[in-house]
Write a new protein. Structure first.
Ligand code: CMP
Length: 139
């Protein structure tokens, strides 16, 4: 069915002016950008958003990185959008991502991997609500 997923174009990608190229990959892959804004994440937002990773060794670096420059937060809509977006992004580590995916094409490292996407329907709903009011999303 039609789903919505949450996406972030990360600082490594906005720094290299890749927002449009990455958005074209989402759109060409069948997803519709139904909400989008460019923001500078605060430390508090990054720590809360990635709270599930707070015990991981990479947590502090991840928060530093995600607040190091602008990001584009987005809601993507389409048939099986959560899985579809994960296919378009490729594996978390760009070294393991399939050719033609966003992370294989643009990712620099497991941290600077250009995009985030929700991993399940529950997290998609939570992540969308964390950054967007319902009134900001229009199909
Ligand atoms: P993301 O989908 O944004 O969710 C958590 C992020 O942590 C992940 O993408 C990676 O960019 C980042 N990260 C940094 N180091 C690691 C690591 N060693 N293992 C997994 N994720 C990592």
């Amino acid at each position: 069915g039609i789903e919505r997923t949450f996406s972030i174009i990360k600082p490594d990608a906005t720094r290299r002016n890749l927002t449009g190229k990455i958005n074209a990959m989402f759109e060409d892959g069948g997803l519709r950008i139904v909400a989008q804004k460019r923001i500078r994440m605060t430390r508090e937002q990054a720590e809360t958003f990635y709270g599930v990773h707070k015990e991981r060794a990479f947590f502090n670096d991840l928060v530093e990185f995600m607040t190091s420059g602008p990001v584009v937060v987005q809601v993507l809509e389409g048939e099986n959008a959560i899985l579809r977006n994960r296919e378009i992004m490729g594996a978390t580590n760009p070294a393991n991502a399939d050719e033609g995916t966003v992370r294989a094409t643009y990712g620099e490292s497991v941290e600077a991997n250009s995009v985030h996407g929700s991993d399940a329907p529950e997290t998609a709903a939570e992540e969308i609500a964390f950054f967007f009011a319902g009134s900001e999303i229009t199909g």
